[in-house]
Design a protein around this ligand. Structure first.
Ligand code: NAP
Length: 332
């Protein structure tokens, strides 16, 4: 077994060219951890926000190996790990925030942050799922109840979280209205199963509430964007409805929560990794998500693939926002 591996790290914050190829020691798993031979990772906004220095509390120690999502083959298990063995194909969210991440030949992480990979898609593609699918799942199951024929509004529907949100909403039987800023993004949302699409850049909230939510308001508004979208969500939701979001660290007028007796649910999906606690919920949810993928309910859309050594190009594309679904990074 080699003692050294290739990793792509940042030594300081900066633009996408700050990534460096380096050699690190192959990490040893602790008693409750797995070591995974990395097949692929994917890009999430949290990865470039960490690289930019926007969320220093999430940054792994420098030199920092970034990226949260991973798929690969279990290479070694700690002495207390019973649910996995070497050779298992897994996917998970073991680090990349708070601890070293997946842009390397091997990653170690708490066994609870992994599950067996879906069998019906290539192992590499499974790395497109953890962060976005866990987030969409927690928004729509932990933070809201979405029932048959409920009116569900999905913002950012062509993005990573949104494209899974549309598919889950449809599976719950909701009437899904999806937003997209371009025709291409709206067409994509329709192909994912959205019943209606809205160009929110050219349509007032009252107009799409009137057209797709009987003028009363949506039962649930799914907001993976925050800021202006979160404020608009409070206008688009019906009295006693629910707004679920990934981003509430902005300043908002929350008087609508009181005026309309609303529920507000916020997800921080990486929290178990940051806390080093309650990791098992990640693995349990990923096991459910793998079943949904194998049943054809959830299909991850990989728009572009990059080799690890081209991580700077992947970050540039992600930050420009000119893609649909996910950007995959493959450990070639
Ligand atoms: N709290 C958590 O646990 C958690 C988990 C996952 C993601 N997130 C956050 O949720 C957000 C979405 O994640 P994602 O993976 O879906 O991202 P993504 O794949 O980049 O997609 C984001 C979508 O949001 C829309 N959008 C509207 N305004 C935007 C803006 N100012 N900047 C970027 N996108 C904008 C875009 O669609 P249109 O062009 O149609 O508007 C875009 O397709 C990110 O901020 C991410 O950090 C948080």
């Amino acid at each position: 077994m080699a003692t050294e591996m290739t990793a792509f790290v940042i030594e300081s914050y900066g633009d996408p060219d700050v990534f460096e190829r380096t050699t690190r020691e192959v990490p040893e798993p602790a008693a409750d951890e797995l070591r995974v031979d990395v097949a692929a990772s994917s890009l999430n906004p949290v990865d470039y926000k960490i690289r930019q220095g926007e969320i220093p509390d999430f940054t792994p120690e420098f030199p920092a190996t970034l990226h949260c999502d991973v798929s690969g083959i279990v290479d070694a298990v700690g002495e207390d790990v019973e649910q996995f063995e070497p050779g298992d194909e897994v996917y998970g969210m073991p680090g990349g925030a708070g601890r070293q991440g997946a842009l390397a030949d091997y990653v170690v992480g708490h066994a609870g942050t992994f599950a067996r990979a879906p069998e019906s898609i290539p192992l590499e593609d499974a790395a497109s799922l953890p962060v976005v699918a866990l987030t969409a799942w927690e928004l729509l199951t932990d933070k809201a109840t979405v029932g048959i024929d409920d009116d569900l509004l999905v913002y950012g529907a062509s993005g990573g979280v949104g494209h899974i949100g549309v598919q889950l909403g449809r599976w719950f039987g909701a009437d899904v209205t999806a937003t997209g800023s371009t025709e291409e993004k709206r067409d994509f949302a329709e192909k994912l199963g959205a019943d209606h699409t809205v160009d929110y850049t050219a349509t007032d909230v009252e107009a799409y509430v009137e057209e797709y939510a009987d003028g009363d308001g949506f039962d649930v508004v799914f907001d993976p964007v925050g800021d202006d979208h979160l404020q608009t969500a409070f206008e688009a939701v019906r009295p006693f409805g629910a707004v679920v979001t990934t981003e509430s660290s902005s300043t908002q007028d929350i008087s609508a929560l009181h005026a309309n007796s609303l529920e507000l649910g916020v997800v921080l999906v990486i929290l178990p990794v940051l806390l080093g606690d309650r990791q098992a919920r990640i693995g349990e949810e990923l096991a459910d998500i793998a079943s949904l993928v194998d049943d054809g309910v959830v299909v991850p859309h990989v728009d572009e693939r990059f080799a690890f050594e081209d991580v700077a190009d992947a970050h540039r594309l992600g930050e420009a926002g000119d893609f649909r679904g996910k950007i995959l990074l493959v450990n070639e």
